[in-house]
Design a protein. Structure first.
Length: 259
């Protein structure tokens, strides 16, 4: 699969349960959070992005092999039904991330199966949902994800996420959030896994209109552009044997237990 086009193919995946079951959430996101997130990406990237959506209740959660093969960046939002995501689908997404598909994990996606598998830690944190003010501070202003984002920007009402956040040390810390109660949180972090780039961005609880916030939408769109691989094709990391002085022709090798 080649990705030479300047267009980034984005799939916004949403659990889409709160919107169906809670009228107060449906009032904020009548078309689902996944569609609001999609609109924000399209608003900021325009013709540079082709954005589609999928939900938990779609066949194979909308994450078939063919769909993932034709996705440059997957955006993930989940909360109440992490356990309903099939393990074989998680394995499929994991394989595609290692092969070069970008991944944005939003808000409570920190506890998703895919994020936990990629991080290798519990991904637990401190939290409180009491309409806290969140101030998002840019700590890496030169990073592409921070471009065009005010420093700081304010989310008037939001769920509090606080430290300690049990994740590996991020490759890059871009945003740090502070809350009404004095808590701090690493709210915008990047990671590399295999050939894939991952961006975790925490603002976005279902009870608040955070995905309508123009600066949150800009950050997500910037993250999408950043997460697209620059490699010309998607390939799995493979252990190859190279003969002495042959720098170019590797031979397949599965390991001592298989060969």
């Amino acid at each position: 699969m080649t990705t030479s086009s300047d267009t980034v193919r984005v799939l916004v995946w949403g659990e889409n349960r709160h919107e169906q079951e809670q009228p107060e959430v449906r009032a904020i996101y009548p078309d689902g959070m996944h569609n609001t997130i999609r609109e924000g990406i399209e608003e900021n990237l325009g013709a540079r992005a082709v954005v589609t959506t999928a939900t938990l209740d779609d066949p194979e959660h909308g994450l078939t092999e063919d769909v993932l093969e034709n996705t440059d960046v997957l955006v993930w939002w989940g909360h109440a039904a992490h356990g309903e995501v099939a393990d074989e689908v998680v394995e499929r997404v994991h394989r595609h991330v290692l092969a070069g598909m970008g991944l944005l994990v939003l808000h409570s996606g920190h506890w998703s199966k895919i994020f936990g598998k990629l991080m290798g830690t519990s991904c637990t944190l401190r939290w409180r949902s009491e309409r806290d003010r969140e101030i998002v501070w840019t700590v890496n202003p030169a990073h592409p994800i921070a471009q065009g984002v005010p420093h700081p920007f304010i989310i008037p009402e939001q769920e509090m996420y606080g430290e300690f956040f049990d994740i590996p040390a991020p490759d890059e810390l871009i945003f740090l959030s502070t809350f009404s109660g004095g808590e701090v949180f690493r709210s915008g972090c990047t990671f590399k896994r295999g050939f894939g780039k991952i961006f975790f961005f925490s603002p976005g609880d279902q009870d608040y209109p955070v995905y309508h916030h123009k600066d949150v939408r800009r950050v997500i769109a910037n993250g999408v552009e950043w997460a697209k691989t620059l490699r010309p094709e998607r390939t799995d990391p493979v252990l190859l044997r190279y003969e002495t002085e042959d720098f170019y022709t590797g031979h397949g090798y599965q390991g001592a237990m298989s060969n």
